[in-house]
Write a protein that binds this ligand. Sequence first.
Ligand code: UN1
Length: 499
Amino acid sequence: TASSSTRRAGPVRQARTLRHLVAGEWRTGQGGDLVDLNPAHPGETVAVGRMATDHDLDQAVAAARDAFPRWAATPPPARGRILDRAAEVIDAHAEQWGEELAWEEGKTRAEGIGEVRRAAEIFRYYAGEGSRPVGEVFASPRPGEQIHVIHRPVGVVAVVTPFNFPIAIPAWKIAPALAHGNTVVWKPASLVPLLAMRLAEALVEAGLPDGVLSLLIGSGSLGGRLVEHPGVDAVTFTGSTSVGRGLIAACGRLARPVQTEMGGKNAAVVLADADLELAVREVLAGAFRSTGQKCTATSRLIVQEPVADEFLDRLTKRAAALRVGDPLDETTDMGPVVSVQARDDIQRAVDAAAARPGVDFLTGGRHYDDDRMTGAFVQPTVVELAGDDPLWREELFGPVLAVRRTPDVRAALALADDTDFGLSAALFTDDLRAVTAATDQMDVGVLHINSETAGADPHVPFGGVKHSAYGPKEQGRAAREFFTRTKTVYLRSSGGPTP
Ligand code: UN1
């Protein structure tokens, strides 16, 4: 059975004080109280403060508007040097901030440190953007003319980010926004304000001019007001599909460019010829790392009939053996979900499923009855379904893997695509026909052959299709599409003699 406990690892920490960054000034909020709790020990406060007000929002947007012309005119390599310094500051704090991340969000210390290092890597990639090509030249049908397509910044970008990657997701929106010459007003999830402060601190320390980035900590309604603020030119969001669709509608009314990264119900497909050991390892990682709280997490598993019993037996044993406990304890494999409310939401869906026919829990699915019961812990859960079920359809955003069996490859791929979402998928096989069918047909933005559904490299396009995303893709060169506008310049000399 899942072992380990929530015994306190290390000294009890001092709660931090939350501050906003507006126009280059750190200020305490004047809005409602905000208490940031440790999900492993919800009696313990990680940080306290007050939310930002509409006045802070107006000032942040005004500062971003003021700062925009100078930042846009700053040569891209000079902008890149600031991003590079930010990467250094982030890297230098990887241990400390990674631990704070684990403390605040619930992923393990190792996952937290890994995420902070990843944020540094993202900043380093976009630092280099300053010395990459900035446009294209087309041939003209007319003599003596060139046609240049140049990329110009969009203006003030509203950045709204989720709790599950408190520093990496903000990094892969804020770094390209800044690299391409935009200014930013950022509203992170109110569940993870501490790591948001850390990222803003890194950018201030790196020498980012005042007003180029503002940080406002507050509730979802503040995020909504930011998105619709008249001084904002574009909106980038990662979070739930329901909130994302609301933002898309609001931006549509305003004719405002919007990019959203939303939910997933990502399938791993294990075919009969697969390397089962490899597939078990990757499916476990995809389903349970970061406690399943990734939009790219593996939440559905499709196993081809001949290997189903053996595969599920191995997978279930390994899932049940995961040590679930305090994320700051070095021996912990999986921490809590982000909050007691998130735990209750997941548990409610699991409990409701348990009452339905054709739902068979292979492991997990129960409430903890030991000292983990007061924390936001959810058991690593593998649940086999005889047919369709809400557990097959709805994103739970936790460590719950729904399983179905299929007879053949075609049925397996069809079942993987039978979802409203389309972020990522994984296929485990060495059969080239199956691989080709998947690359040609599967309706996803990211496809992994013989690796887990999660993961994203900073220089490679990332994003989904269907209800998983809207607008241009993120990361790498792809980010330029959203964070710049092209201007087509017809360039001809007046035709006089060469001086
Ligand atoms: C990853 O798979 O490592 O919210 C990154 C999310 C995604 C990022 C996934 N936007 O989980």
